[in-house]
Write a new protein. Structure first.
Length: 434
């Protein structure tokens, strides 16, 4: 395995009003961005890929071995400094899609405690200095992406799962739930965007980051999007998660005269027995899987309504103190394996729902609904669920994914409409019309 060397330097305060988004200027960028902060990576010095049920464990082993042999100069010492890898993992253990970790050459980070720059190399003779790091960053910023102009020939058409096939799958899922054996199932479908000119990924990411500031905008090797759901975040031995289940389309409201948006969402979403039931299953799934790794855990007794530009969600935040066995707390990568997949993207019981997804969906989700995010050498990291996103399959073809939680009260027509609401962030960021 290649030995890596890294240096992290303090850049002080970043005064730009758009924050880390200033660095979303290349179509091949790696990123994890929220509210102007986060990480942006350029280039590649090491890569891991694997598929199958052991993908998380082999990735974690590769990452540990890479760190053991590395020379790291990191006086900053914050989460996201030193050696960092961006990653995405296939949703299913049966998927042929390659899960991956990518170590960039340059990482720019911005958080509450300041801004930093990390330079990573496999060159034994490279100078590890602030000047070298800044020169490497400047080299990547020299070539920036051209913004895409107005288009007239872009097309959106069915992918592997047509609308009629999706409704049939939902109906079959409801029937299975009614027959017992499982209480929730998540079913997804895809649509394809064929573009008349190459996608300007950096522009799409900026659109998402600006419009969906409460979400985590991600880009890892052609997987792009802006997820509202945090699978697991680890910072200094504290784990956090945000669980979503229960959705209301903001474009299709039936408000009472004089009713505010907030009051409408509270009445229809929080007051719905179906939505509350779906959310309760999702939060129970996460906390049950997380419990063995914690010494103390807290979560809201009641979900809150999360307002996004396209939908409202029922949401719950969970935090937990991680237990240390033999002085070792579980890393973000280990916890991502432990809690994936949650009921929010699979169903419950997990094995029953997973098998039924493979039977009814009739498609390989690839990285959709799998963990996406980053990890550092200290075990810190943030892994979201790859939702509200797409896979760039070629410069002019993008595959979008969306899914819905199915319970006994679900109807095919309503779930189909919900998928269109969830497609909307990517459709709008791509400049398309339905």
């Amino acid at each position: 395995m290649t030995s890596l060397r890294a240096v992290t330097v303090d850049l002080g305060e970043h005064s730009s009003p758009t924050g880390i988004m200033d660095y979303l200027v290349r179509d091949d960028v790696l990123c994890w961005v929220r509210r102007g902060g986060g990480l942006v990576g350029f280039g590649e010095v090491a890569r891991f890929t694997d598929a199958g049920p052991g993908r998380f464990q082999t990735a974690a082993r590769w990452w540990r071995e890479l760190q053991q042999d590395a020379e790291v100069d990191n006086p900053v010492g914050l989460p996201g400094t030193g050696l960092v890898a961006f990653g995405s993992f296939a949703f299913s253990k049966t998927s042929g899609h390659a899960s991956r970790l990518i170590v960039p050459q340059v990482v720019v980070g911005l958080g509450e405690q300041g801004c930093w720059l990390t330079y990573i190399t496999d060159d034994d003779g490279a100078d590890l200095s602030a000047e070298t790091a800044e020169a490497a960053l400047a080299g990547w910023l020299d070539e920036i992406s051209a913004e895409r102009g107005a288009e007239t020939a872009d097309r959106l058409h069915p992918g592997q799962v047509s609308e009629s096939a999706y409704k049939a799958a939902v109906a079959a899922g409801v029937q299975k739930i009614a027959g017992g054996g499982l209480s929730k199932l998540v079913l997804a479908r895809d649509v394809i965007a064929d573009l008349s000119s190459p996608i300007a990924t950096a522009q799409v990411l900026r659109e998402l980051a600006i419009r969906y500031q409460d979400c985590w905008t991600y880009s890892v090797d052609g997987l792009i999007g802006s997820t509202p759901e945090m699978l697991i975040k680890v910072e200094n031995n504290v784990a956090r998660a945000r669980v979503l289940a229960g959705t209301l389309d903001r474009a299709n409201t039936h408000k009472i005269d004089g009713e505010s948006d907030a009051a409408y969402a509270e009445r229809v979403l929080a007051g719905s027995e179906k939505q509350q039931h779906e959310h309760e299953i999702a939060i129970d799934s996460l906390t049950r899987k997380l419990q063995p790794y914690t010494s103390e855990m807290t979560s809201h007794s009641e979900p809150f309504v999360l307002e996004l530009p396209n939908v409202w969600h029922l949401a719950s935040d969970v935090s937990a103190e991680l237990s240390t066995n033999g002085g070792h707390a579980p890393s973000s990568l280990e916890l991502a394996e432990a809690v994936h997949p949650t009921a929010a993207v699979c169903g419950t019981p997990t094995e029953v729902a997973g098998a039924l997804i493979r039977e009814l969906e009739q498609m390989d989700r690839g990285p959709y609904a799998g963990p996406v995010g980053w990890t550092d050498g200290a075990g810190n990291g943030e892994w979201g669920i790859a939702l509200r996103g797409a896979v760039v399959e070629s410069p002019t073809r993008v595959r979008l994914y969306a899914g819905c939680g199915i319970v006994d009260a679900s109807t095919p027509e309503a779930e189909l409409a919900e998928t269109w609401a969830k497609f909307r962030p990517m459709i709008e960021a791509l400049g398309l019309r339905r």
